[in-house]
Design a binder for this molecule. Structure first.
Ligand SMILES: Nc1nc2c(ncn2[C@@H]2O[C@H](COP(=O)(O)OP(=O)(O)OP(=O)(O)O)[C@@H](O)[C@H]2O)c(=O)[nH]1
Ligand SMILES: [Mg+2]
Length: 523
């Protein structure tokens, strides 16, 4: 049994969705209300249960679609018995009332379309109002030195505290959080508003002899958690605000409004007031020293968040080639594996299995200098992916931050060489820079006898391919089997080698940049 809750619904358009865990309860609530509604009995209430049963069971959600608009005057009272939330029709924009943060994920069915991008509007909190002179009263406190029979007074009247300025509204920050791995949680809220600043009247009482003007307490800031690799842009202009690549990075996106000024006849107030008057003199406003000013509204910005996974190596290949199986074999990740295409819809990340490498002495690893590479298993790529076919461009952009690639082809398939050329072609068409990155070609499924027999032939054919068509040749062509585990040790050592090459290249580039800077300095 859940708790009974009452919610006011008003001004909802037709087609709005009400979701509740107890659809019967919501229906009763609405019908009871319908008696006071001019639409009573005229329209039937459609109860559209979600057709996806597992989704329904998982989130215990049922949709109630309002067949008619409810106008503002005709607010209704609706009863839910457990967790609930109300959402407007998606096309109706942002007038959404989020009553419960633990609401089910509305994009559950299409997670792969939403996990890496989101558009939100953030707003800094409004500043608190300055305190009026009249409200600051004298304070009476007990005299602790009072003794009965003496001349001392039992209570002391402290002088009136100076009226306080309003506090600044909360700022909004976007911060990288280790616990986040996608932007799905951002879709639950479209408006992120920081708290309003405290009014001057709530400021703590001043101590006698204070020189600084009184000020309300500072409001706490709002932090929006995002995964590492999130790019923040302004929606309107497309201007890049930040590229949050590492954990702990935070960026201020909307400032809270300044607090209002109190009506305080002191020197500080006069100087602040003069400053403010100068600011507003263009519009011919005058600020009287006896009148308080209210807090300024916070900054409002609409932002576009885009996530690109942060990984060292990206696994690319056609659907069903065994990419996820290889990730599972060389890391501790547990991706979904199945014998149908597009099992993977969202990138899976894994770190190369460190203990295995050390215990079996596969490679010499200096743990202090060498970080183990992060590997990203991406959804299957098909011909035309660069134009958006299949899962298309949405996941090709996740290769942007990778330094090397592992291309997986099914060696037991019809034409592994043509699969390889298709992949290289698609990468080139999406971003010509992708094919210049070092890559390893894994010929998977060689546990099939006929595949093992073709390995040498495939290797020769790949090496004979022209560089103008497929870009630089792979660092290594490795026959592997993710199921039997054969070839995995060599694959790991080759991947580590590729990382070492990338690091060396980077240091050479940095070195030459430093040299050129030194030369220009000497000139
Ligand atoms: N015999 C054999 N089967 C394999 C091997 N690797 C993967 N498979 C099978 O191939 C099928 C597809 O494997 P996945 O790892 O899901 O392939 P994928 O490339 O991630 O597929 P998508 O995510 O759909 O793009 C599964 O049934 C695996 O069991 C292998 O080395 N040998
Ligand atoms: Mg997969």
């Amino acid at each position: 049994m859940g708790s009974t809750m009452f919610i006011e619904l008003h001004a909802f358009s037709a087609g709005s969705h009400i979701r509740g865990t107890h659809i019967e309860a919501s229906l009763i609530g609405l019908k009871r209300h319908a008696l006071t509604n001019r639409y009573k009995m005229q329209t039937s209430i459609n109860c559209a249960r979600n057709s996806d049963k597992s989704y329904h069971e998982q989130h215990k959600v049922a949709n109630l679609i309002l067949p008619y608009p409810i106008e503002r005057e005709e607010f209704c009272l609706c009863v839910f018995t457990t967790k609930h939330h109300i959402s407007q029709h998606p096309q109706r924009g942002d007038r959404r009332s989020v009553l419960n943060d633990s609401q089910p994920d509305k994009n559950h069915k299409h997670r792969h379309l939403y996990f890496d991008e989101a558009t939100i509007t953030v707003s800094g909190g409004q500043g608190g109002d300055g305190e009026a002179w009249q409200t600051s009263k004298t304070k009476t406190v007990k005299n602790f030195k009072y003794k009965w029979g003496t001349n001392s007074q039992k209570f002391i009247e402290l002088p009136a505290a100076e009226p306080a300025d309003g506090g600044r509204g909360g700022n909004v920050y976007i911060r990288v959080d280790r616990a986040c791995d996608s932007l799905l949680h951002i879709h639950k809220r479209k408006f992120w508003r920081a708290k309003k600043g405290y009014h001057g009247s709530s400021a703590p009482h001043s101590t006698p002899g204070r020189e600084r003007p009184r000020l309300a307490l500072t409001q706490e800031d709002l932090y929006i958690s995002v995964p590492a690799g999130t790019v923040v842009r302004r929606k309107r202009s497309g201007e890049l605000i930040a590229d949050l690549t590492s954990h702990g990075m935070a960026i201020l996106v909307a400032e809270g409004g300044a607090g209002g000024i109190a009506a305080r006849p002191s020197q500080q107030m006069y100087s602040r007031r003069q400053k403010k008057e100068k600011e507003v003199s263009d519009v011919g406003l005058e600020i009287s020293p006896r009148v308080t000013t209210s807090g300024e509204p916070g900054e409002v910005v609409t932002l576009q968040l885009l996530m690109r996974v942060v990984a060292d190596i990206g696994i690319v290949g056609l659907p069903n080639a065994g990419k996820s199986s290889i990730l599972k074999a060389i890391t501790r990740a547990t991706p979904d594996i199945a014998s149908y295409p597009f099992t993977t819809l969202m990138p899976n990340l894994g770190v190369i299995h460190c203990e295995r490498i050390v215990s079996e002495k596969l490679i010499d690893i200096d743990h202090e200098t060498c970080a183990l590479p992060v590997i990203a298993d991406l959804p299957g790529l098909i011909k035309g992916a660069h134009k958006g076919r299949g899962l298309g461009r949405a996941f090709l952009r996740h290769l942007r931050r990778t330094r090397a690639m592992l291309i997986v082809v099914d060696a037991s398939g019809q034409d592994p060489v043509s699969d390889y050329t298709t992949i290289r072609e698609e990468l080139r068409l999406y971003n010509p820079e992708y094919i210049l990155r070092p890559h390893i070609l894994a010929l998977n499924k060689i546990d099939f006898e006929w595949a093992a027999l073709r390995v040498q032939e495939i290797k020769a054919e790949v090496q004979s391919l022209e560089e103008s068509a497929v870009g630089p040749a792979p660092i290594a062509v490795l026959p592997v089997s993710a199921v039997s585990g054969s070839g995995m040790d060599i694959l790991i050592s080759e991947l580590m080698e590729a990382m070492r090459l990338c690091d060396e290249e980077l240091s050479i580039v940095r070195g030459s940049a430093m040299d050129s800077r030194d030369k220009s300095d000497s000139i």
